[in-house]
Design a protein. Structure first.
Lengths: 723, 60
């Protein structure tokens, strides 16, 4: 009696094709937004004086489009295709598949509309507002049910390594997204996060780093483990290594988030943990890279002849480079040089364009002929795409790496007498502007490669028979595994999806809990000397404008504990100073100077003119104009609701401050208006610029004994010096 | 209570125990995978991506 039987399986190719086409369409949008943003940094008029196209709004649109629209659709295409085939069964539910597809596209469209309009939480890769956050959660649940439902009715008992990485992705992204999106709505388009200051910073970078880990790495590793062997027609180099790779990676990666916060006000123990675990990541990451590359053992000639292999091998090589550079940048002393500079931008794009981009294109070039039943229209065009793309990445990487290291060194340069060699921040910016042009050229080359790919794909499809929407195949299924195969703990584990998923969840939970839990109570132990007053109603209104405009994309609010930072910007930032900040605005990039202590550094008039036309105050500035702030109004009445929500979240506002928030704001606005009038500027008190000036003047000026801050408390109607 | 819990993070003995636990888990994983489980099993598993179809015919 045979232990095998042949069964018919009807694979759902249509959903894979749709996700693949969405990948290609959104890729164009993501690349274009990136190119425009790159040009804006080289040539500020490219902001076009349109508020919805300024860098602060366009940059989040670019990152969200690249991560969730381009890479997101790519991984869904790859996961749905490979999962069906590895498990020898059709996807669990067609209805769920299409709900997933259209739901995800609707989320992307919502992001594309809301981000340019300034509806943003200003937390990197988590900018989208609460209704979209809920939609993401629901669609992710749909995806999870569809995926685990498929696993439940699989015809292959053992789940292949690619599936493990998909499981880790689904479980971890759900946890990351839900925890980092805990927020209380103020209106349909605004919310305040539950966490504040250092807590928000740690949770955000736990999320932010692991968005890279579990959205841009683990699913792509799964795709690598499936599509590279398929394209090369040989099994993965070492299945054993893949087991060690998987468990080490998912356990260690989750701890690495704090390396984004080195030398900040985050407690040192958390910084050290982040650094150590980042260094440990070298081993599993390179284990994975080696496993991928050595899959081609004995078939390296394919690299010369097969463009798909070129794309995939280069992608894995970039994965190796990025995962070498990441831990390197996590070493405290290296971070001191690289953090806040374009070196980080170079690092990210090496990973995104090289690893994610090239693996995606390799996968698409593999899938198109399968789905349409004919070879690609032109191998030569595939090669052109490869070389344009590679040249683009290299130009991008080299220019931004050079810019970052140059600027980092200029920031740190101190002369023999202990003074900064380059005290004017703008001097360190103009120095690297030529490199911004080189970066834009690199991006252009990458886009040319993309256009060639789209043309090649369209020609292929036009010349093909109709797509294989539903593919009927005969597969061999084992009735029961022979006894000998049942040996081995991991082999058994691979047969039990539930246990495997729980163990994966435990692996990512350990680091998450140990790092985040203690930080949740840290504000209770802030010394009185570091505690601050909350922002006034007007300052909070200004802060909301700052958040909405995405100022964090160019300005940090965190002076690191290092002489070069302290010399330039003032005393190092403390935990207490941002303890009421929702969201935190520590930032990750300094295209402009740090603003943590900008309050009272310049006059109200200086800020007014600077926002209207930055060049009128700083001749070489590359900042866009924000002239509309002089025209647009602030809804002071909404401040009652906002302060009420903040009070509920723990900000110590009095009842009078909340119920009179609008009049409190107007009273303070009047002071600024009068001051501006004395300087010859006539402006109404309800304009956004007034609130923003109030906020900027408050930065670093909220100490409990600060006289100006205490004076502002007396502006609350019916209350003398609240608090 | 929370303060006591937080104070453990500066306790070098606790961090050392954690390090040893993590290291032993890693050694156990390596041992099981490289010295306990059979190579033939893994060879078979690595072929899974190639067992996805025998005969293919297309329907729209």
């Amino acid at each position: 009696m045979t232990d095998k039987q042949t069964v018919e399986v009807r694979y759902d190719n249509k959903i894979v094709i749709y996700f693949m086409m969405a990948t290609l369409i959104w890729a164009g949008a993501a690349f274009l937004f990136g190119l425009v943003a790159a040009i804006q940094l080289a040539w500020w008029p490219a902001n076009l004086n349109l508020e919805w196209l300024t860098f602060g709004r366009l940059r989040p649109l670019h990152t969200n489009a690249a991560i969730f629209a381009f890479a997101g659709n790519a991984i869904f295409a790859g996961i749905y295709d490979s999962t069906q085939r590895l498990l020898k069964t059709r996807l669990f539910s067609d209805m769920l598949s299409w709900t997933h597809f259209w739901g995800w596209q609707a989320i992307i469209v919502s992001a594309a509309i809301s981000l340019p309009l300034g509806f943003s939480q200003s937390k990197e890769y988590a900018e989208l507002e609460w209704p979209i956050d809920i939609a993401i959660t629901l669609i992710w649940v749909v995806f999870a049910i569809n995926f685990f439902g498929t696993l439940a009715r699989r015809r292959e008992k053992h789940i292949y390594v690619a599936i493990w990485f998909y499981i880790a992705t689904i479980v971890t992204v759900a946890l990351l997204h839900i925890i980092n999106s805990l927020e209380v709505p103020v209106s349909l388009v605004q919310s305040y996060p539950v966490f504040s200051g250092v807590q928000d910073a740690l949770v955000q970078w736990w999320y932010g780093h692991n968005a890279v880990a579990f959205f841009l790495t683990t699913p792509f590793l799964g795709l690598m483990y499936y599509y590279l062997p398929k394209a090369a027609n040989r099994p993965v180099y070492s299945y054993r290594l893949s087991i060690v790779h998987f468990w080490s990676l998912v356990f260690i990666y989750i701890w690495a988030g704090p390396h984004h916060l080195l030398y900040t006000a985050l407690p040192d123990w958390a910084q050290t943990l982040g650094m150590i675990f980042s260094l440990m990541l070298w081993a599993p990451s390179w284990g994975g890279m080696i496993n991928g590359l050595l899959t081609l053992r004995g078939a390296w000639h394919l690299l010369r002849t097969e463009p798909i292999i070129k794309f995939m091998v280069t992608a894995v090589t970039f994965y190796g480079m990025a995962t070498f550079e990441g831990p390197l940048l996590s070493i405290k002393s290296v971070s001191l040089l690289g953090h806040y500079t374009d070196w980080i931008i170079a690092h990210v794009h090496g990973g995104a364009l090289g690893w994610n981009g090239f693996l995606t294109f390799g996968m698409i070039y593999y899938l198109i002929p399968k789905m349409w039943g004919r070879e690609m229209y032109s191998k030569r065009l595939m090669n052109y795409h490869f070389w344009f793309g590679l040249a683009g990445i290299l130009l991008y990487y080299i220019s931004m790496g050079t810019a970052g290291i140059t600027q980092g060194l200029m920031w740190k340069a101190v002369d023999g007498a202990g003074y900064l060699v380059y005290p004017d921040f703008v001097e360190t910016v103009t120095k690297i502007v030529p490199l911004y042009w080189v970066r834009a050229l690199g991006g252009t080359l990458y886009i040319i490669g993309y256009i060639i790919a789209v043309y090649n794909i369209i020609k292929t499809i036009k010349l093909s028979e109709p797509m294989r929407a539903n593919e009927l195949v005969l597969v061999t299924v084992k009735k029961a595994p022979p006894k000998a195969e049942q040996e081995g703990l991991h082999r058994k584990l691979e047969g039990y999806v539930g246990v495997f998923t729980v163990l994966t969840f435990v692996a990512i939970l350990v680091g998450s809990v140990i790092e985040i839990w203690p930080t949740l109570f840290i504000h209770k132990y802030v010394p009185q000397s570091e505690a601050v007053q909350p922002f006034t109603a007007l300052e909070q209104a200004g802060r909301d404008i700052y958040v909405s405009e995405g100022c964090y994309t160019c300005h940090s609010q965190m002076i690191r504990k290092h002489p070069s930072d302290v010399l330039r910007f003032g005393p190092a930032s403390t935990i207490g100073e941002s303890m009421y900040d929702r969201p935190f605005q520590w930032g990750s990039k300094r295209t402009g100077p740090d603003l943590a202590r900008v309050g009272k550094k310049y006059s109200n008039l200086w800020h007014y003119r600077h926002m209207d036309d930055p060049r009128s105050m700083v001749e070489q500035s590359i900042m866009p104009r924000y002239s509309w702030l002089l025209e647009k109004k602030v809804d002071y009445y909404s401040l009652r609701k906002k302060l009420s929500v903040l009070k509920r979240l723990g900000v110590p506002y009095s009842q009078a401050q909340v119920s009179e928030a609008d009049r409190w704001a107007e009273n303070q606005a009047q002071l600024i208006v009068e001051n501006l009038k004395e300087e010859g500027v006539d402006i109404k008190s309800d304009r956004q610029i007034v609130a923003l000036i109030a906020y900027l003047q408050a930065l670093g000026q909220k100490a409990l004994d600060n006289e100006t801050a205490l004076e502002h408390l007396k502006l609350v109607p019916g209350e003398e010096g609240a608090q | 209570m929370k303060q006591i819990g937080l104070s453990y993070f500066t306790d070098s003995l606790m961090t050392l125990i954690a390090l040893i636990l993590f290291f032993l888990s890693f050694v156990f994983l390596i041992y099981r995978v490289y010295f306990f489980e059979k190579k033939e099993t893994f060879d078979q598993l690595s072929q899974l991506p190639f067992n996805d179809e025998e005969v293919s015919h297309v329907e729209q």
